[in-house]
Design a protein around this ligand. Structure first.
Ligand code: FES
Length: 164
């Protein structure tokens, strides 16, 4: 857990909680959504703060939050890659693409590289089966991706974000 990131987000967390002074467990999903919108993800500090605010144990909050795909527990990289692991993409070799991606980045799914540039997650079908294997990079569809294309693709996006 990156403690400095937690500290940096505490103002955003408190600002969301201040809008719900009388919140109860019934508002848990709303609080999780708003804190994630404000911070980009749900940090440990966010979960603990929400728990104190509505008097609910962090373990129960994690239990609820992990049930929903919409919640994320790690900060996104500047380049966020979503790799489709649906059936059509699997048949066309998405596992090899995934393995190459992990090898190149040195992190697993739902993690962010130490330099904060890349993060990636696995998704079910992203609706582009005819273009399998498909991935999304910062919301852009990349079709018929191969393991061999991954190093060049990462270089392309690293250069893009470093140029900004
Ligand atoms: S299975 Fe990958 S886009 Fe549908």
């Amino acid at each position: 857990m990156d403690v400095s990131t937690d500290t940096a987000n505490s103002a955003e967390i408190q600002s969301v909680l201040a809008r719900y002074p009388d919140a109860t467990e019934d508002q848990l999903i709303t609080l999780l959504q708003e804190v994630q919108d404000a911070c980009g993800y749900l940090s440990r500090d966010a979960i603990l703060s929400i728990g104190r605010h509505i008097d609910m144990p962090a373990s129960r909050i994690y239990g609820v939050a992990t049930f929903y795909n919409q919640f994320r527990f790690y900060p996104l990289g500047r380049v966020h890659i979503q790799i489709c692991r649906g059936t059509a993409c699997h048949v066309k070799g998405s596992k090899a693409v995934l393995d190459t991606l992990q090898g190149e980045l040195g992190v697993g799914a739902n993690q962010t590289t130490r330099d904060g540039v890349f993060s990636f997650e696995e998704l079910a079908c992203i609706g582009a089966c005819g273009l399998a294997p498909a991935i999304m990079v910062n919301g852009e569809l990349r079709a018929k991706v191969t393991p061999e294309s991954i190093p060049g693709l990462l270089k392309e996006y690293r250069e893009k974000v470093e140029a900004v």
